[in-house]
Design a protein around this ligand. Structure first.
Ligand SMILES: Cc1ncc(COP(=O)(O)O)c(C=O)c1O
Length: 398
């Protein structure tokens, strides 16, 4: 897809569909993006039905649309509907798979420097529980996972590789397909954290070759908060067992027996946020209608512009790594704490967020960066918003 494909991008329509753009300049899409009207209406109208006819009755009435959420999520990543579980968030999705993996004492887990903080905490927890060994794979000269080092460690034997596709702490897009190819070659279980990449870049699980993928609704998919999904490849179902089972995940077949239900829904639990689930479906459909290939191109182009303009400001350093960069721009301002920068921008209705090294020890701490301000573009942002943002940042130093 070329730059010309962006010339007829329906910017006016998508902004009309996004009430938040009239209130704020939103560069906190990697935190939680502004939802479009169809998502908002889906969530609100389901809550209204719950209030009008009853929660269980509203769920029964929406049965077909609830099933469609699985087909939409499957279509988004090239999976089958029965390989999708809708859960509370990306962390819980990742946990259900990784805590469910049948680790043996001494198993080696290989992870990248960009691995998300909660995933690392969970692995350290599992290390205490099962005496697994955690092996950190080095970055290459571009700051992305070093595939040579990964292969060296895979050759020694590993139970699992975990990769954060796009970290919370920067513009890097890790080469997930390269990692998937190596995991297939060495027959190693591959867990992909796609929390930031889902909706940001096109993802095809067959092309990447992951066994498991975790995703959230509220970030680049522009869905509601408090919902996410897990993909578990059919053939990987036997390798992991849900860490919790309830009446939705399993059937009580005899006084002392149960059978785990079919498909990835075994990783869900019975009670759920139905409005959120429908909202997730609406967000995915909205993203698919616009074409993620196209929206990805636009948001990356905006981020490139933002990075180059920020880099020209006195006392500003841009920190993004990777050969291939996405929509998250990270920077610091010499002499001003990241939180102060973000707060001062917030006072001007410009939304950003921060990540501190304590939440990215293998990445920011390793690079000696205490805090970064995250300014993340989405396709509904504009060049004018970037100019306003850059002018506001430049003024902070005056
Ligand atoms: C890379 C990455 N993984 C996982 C998560 C956790 O997602 P959630 O808050 O939906 O559990 C985040 C959240 O910022 C993230 O950036």
């Amino acid at each position: 897809m070329t730059d010309e494909a962006l010339e007829d991008f329906p910017l006016t329509e998508v902004r009309k569909d996004t009430p938040g753009v009239n209130e704020v300049i939103h560069f906190n899409n990697c935190g939680s993006a502004l939802p479009p009207t169809p998502v908002l209406e889906t969530v609100i109208s389901h809550l209204q039905r719950e209030a009008t006819i009853g929660g269980y009755e509203a769920a029964d009435e929406a049965q077909n649309r609830l099933q469609n959420v699985y087909s939409s999520a499957a279509r988004l990543i090239g999976a089958k509907p029965e390989e999708i579980a809708v859960v509370e968030n990306a962390t819980r999705a990742w946990d259900m798979a990784v805590y469910g993996y049948k680790f043996r004492v001494g198993d080696r887990v290989l992870l990248c420097r960009a691995e998300y903080v909660s995933n690392v905490i969970a692995l350290l927890h599992l290390k205490k529980r099962y005496q697994i060994e955690i092996v950190l794979i080095e970055d290459d000269e571009y700051g992305q996972i070093d595939s040579n080092h990964l292969e060296e460690e895979l050759k020694k034997g590993a139970a699992m590789v975990t990769l954060t596709h796009i970290p919370t702490s920067g513009g890097l897009i890790n080469p997930a397909k390269e990692v998937g190819t190596l995991c297939t070659a060495y027959d190693t279980f591959f867990v992909l954290d796609a929390c930031q990449s889902i909706g940001q870049v096109p993802i095809d699980v067959n092309d990447i070759g992951c066994d498991v993928l975790s995703a959230t609704s509220r970030k680049y998919l522009r869905g509601p908060r408090g919902v996410g999904f897990l993909y578990v490849k059919n053939s990987a179902l036997e390798e992991i067992e849900p860490p919790f089972l309830d009446l939705h995940a399993a059937t009580w077949t005899d006084d002392n027996e149960y059978v785990i239900n079919a498909g990835a829904k075994r990783f869900e639990n019975w009670e759920t946020n139905f409005a959120g689930k429908l909202g997730l479906g609406a967000a995915i459909d909205y993203a698919l209608d616009l074409s993620i290939e196209r929206t990805s191109l636009r948001l990356k182009k905006l981020a490139e512009t933002l990075r180059s303009k920020l880099a020209n400001i006195d006392r500003v350093s841009v920190h993004d790594q990777g050969q291939n960069k996405g929509g998250i721009t990270t920077f610091s301002f010499e002499g001003l704490e990241g939180e102060v920068v973000s707060r001062k921008l917030g006072e001007q209705k410009i939304n950003t967020s921060t990540t501190s090294s304590g939440a990215a020890r293998y990445d920011l701490d390793y690079r000696g960066i205490p805090t970064v301000v995250r300014a993340s573009t989405h396709y509904y942002n504009t060049e004018e918003e970037i100019d306003t943002f850059v002018a506001a940042v430049a003024k902070l130093g005056k």
